[in-house]
Design a protein around this ligand. Structure first.
Ligand SMILES: Nc1ncnc2c1ncn2[C@@H]1O[C@H](COP(=O)(O)OP(=O)(O)O)[C@@H](O)[C@H]1O
Ligand SMILES: C=C(OP(=O)(O)O)C(=O)O
Ligand SMILES: [K+]
Ligand SMILES: [Mg+2]
Length: 526
């Protein structure tokens, strides 16, 4: 994929744009798919994995643990048959405001009419009254405030979502003027009050209950912490996970969905393992002309911190269409050029008509963008930002990337146990895939012995450029010459089998020999 590297900063021969792309290993960018009604059979999930999905998101805003368990069992079966790894992400409900439409009858709202938002959940949802799950709304809003309501995983389509303006507050009810005619479809609508503080905990009691049952049972790799607004939200979630056995290893991805989270971005980034730029909600909270600026600066900060950045809501129109709009197609490429690690698909895979095609098209756009991203510029910027003296490991990691580019290596093979070395290599955005060979370590919790490695391997599935391989735990974890050689052979065979490594290729290897970290370049004979 790196062989015909073009640079946007140099004149591109226009005709070269039309040259068909060589079939490549896969995109360096990752794809997170939200699984639901249209993407829960073994068949469809298998196709999604083959098309490039490497993380499955289970959104607990919608449906229950039993339903999600059924989907997860199918995911496990699909992983087994396709032999494609996939990590599991649990997405919390958090302080999300919802309208439950028990009857599931479509609700027609007409511009200039009035509608009442009430916390009385005993009432049916109609075009006059919409019951919501929060009693504090009337205290939080004032006349003139803007409220948005859309179908769960709204796509922004003007006919299924509605803008309201607060007209008056009557006790706990909020009376609103409808700004556009729309028909709300489905059983659940999300409500977003622009730039309003919602006084609800970031981890709700229901979230805690789900995490400590479903989450523990399934050893979830990631928590997607909806509506993270302060660093303290992440610290609290971390504290909660620390008491749940294996989940002390679960990574926390802070979802930035409103202005409050944006304001505290720097502190949140320090605490979190990664960031989800939740443009669905954030795109409503921010003035439209500011969305790109947040994206560019947040992704830059994530890159410099070496933490994964995930961008959402990229090809909403593919929920009903086989092709993205031109704007969407360009937006996906720009997200990659901005430096994001992964793209998160919502409605497109959950209830869209074309989940597999969506993943495949997004993957292809990412792969094209990968080819023209300016690695040299990025590398220099990162080295400058990190400054001197660099930590030993960071210096080794950046040198490995530099060497790999200079010798035109086809892959970097990185030995790691904690995953730290592989993440640092990814931070320097190599143009070739990184096979992160995770070496298990024996650990004990005083009750039983087990091996580390599974979490670390799956968690790299959200990092741009990383392709994990879990080494056989029978290999001793000590890095002797003999074990290094035998593990390297397994990694090379794996690389050859998957087509990234060919005979006579050069390969950069990052490993420890005794106590010393080394970067070596090998040239294959056959
Ligand atoms: N089991 C191993 N065998 C050989 N080298 C290793 C092993 N584990 C880590 N390394 C190398 O050791 C250095 C530290 O890597 P890191 O991922 O931080 O290791 P750790 O898992 O010990 O935190 C890197 O150069 C990495 O490639
Ligand atoms: C992904 C988002 O959130 P949700 O969990 O509501 O899909 C978003 O707001 O972009
Ligand atoms: K959610
Ligand atoms: Mg959201």
């Amino acid at each position: 994929m790196h062989s015909n590297h073009l640079l946007l900063e140099e004149p591109i021969r226009m005709a070269s744009i039309l040259e068909p792309s060589k079939a490549s290993f896969s995109a360096m960018s990752k794809i997170v798919g939200t699984l639901g009604p249209r993407s829960r059979s073994v068949e469809v999930i298998s196709a999604c994995l083959k098309a490039g999905m490497s993380v499955a998101r289970f959104d607990f805003s919608w449906s229950d643990a039993e339903y999600h368990q059924g989907t997860l069992e199918n995911l496990k079966a699909a992983i087994k048959t396709t032999k494609k790894l996939c990590a599991v992400m649990l997405d919390t409900v958090g302080p999300e405001l919802q309208v439950v439409n028990k009857s599931e009858k479509a609700i027609t709202l007409k511009a200039d009419d009035k509608v009442i938002l009430t916390p009385d959940q005993g009432q049916e949802a109609t075009s006059e009254v919409l019951p919501i799950n929060f009693a504090g709304l009337s205290k939080a809003v004032k006349k003139g405030d803007t409220i948005f309501i859309g179908q769960y995983l709204f796509t922004g389509s003007e006919t299924t979502s509605v803008w309201l303006e607060v007209d008056e507050v009557e006790g706990e009810d909020v009376v609103c003027v409808i700004k556009n005619s729309a028909t709300l479809a489905g059983s659940l609508f999300t409500l977003h009050a622009s730039q309003i503080r919602i006084d609800l905990p970031t981890l709700s009691d229901k979230d805690k209950q789900v995490i400590s049952t479903w989450g523990v049972q399934n050893k979830i790799d990631f928590i997607s912490l909806s509506y993270t607004r302060h660093a303290e939200d992440v610290r609290e979630a971390r504290q909660f996970l620390s008491k749940l056995g294996d989940l002390s290893q679960t990574q926390i991805f802070a979802k930035i969905e409103n202005v409050e989270g944006l304001t505290h971005f720097d502190e949140i980034l320090q605490e979190a393992d990664g960031i989800i730029l939740s443009r669905g909600n954030l795109g409503i909270d921010l003035p439209p002309e500011k969305v790109f600026l947040f994206q560019k600066s947040a992704v830059y900060k994530c890159n410099m911190a070496g933490k994964p950045a995930v961008v959402t809501r990229v090809v909403d129109s593919m929920t009903d269409n086989l092709r993205p709009t031109r704007a969407e197609a360009t937006d996906v490429a720009n997200a990659v050029l901005d430096g994001c690690d992964a793209i998160l698909l919502g409605a497109e895979t959950l209830r869209g008509l074309y989940p597999i095609e969506t993943i495949s098209i997004v993957g292809k756009i990412c792969a094209e963008a990968d080819k023209v991203s300016n690695q040299d510029q990025y590398f220099k910027k990162t080295v400058k930002y990190v400054g001197e003296p660099m930590s030993h490991l960071e210096s080794i990691a950046s040198s490995a990337v530099r060497a790999a580019i200079k010798v035109k290596a086809s892959v970097i093979i990185c030995f790691t146990s904690s995953g730290r070395a592989a993440r640092l290599i990814a931070k320097y955005r190599p143009t070739m895939p990184v096979l992160s060979v995770v070496i298990p370590r024996l650990k004990t919790n005083q009750l039983k012995w087990s091996f580390t490695g599974a979490f670390e391997a799956r968690q790299s599935l959200i990092v741009r450029g990383l392709f994990p391989l879990l080494a056989d735990p029978r290999h001793p974890a000590e890095s002797t010459n003999a074990t290094n050689e035998s593990v390297l052979k397994v990694a090379l065979d794996h690389g050859k089998a998957s087509g990234v490594i060919k005979s006579h290729d050069r390969i950069v290897v990052c490993q420890k020999v005794g106590d010393a970290s080394v970067v070596k370049i090998i040239e294959l004979e056959d």
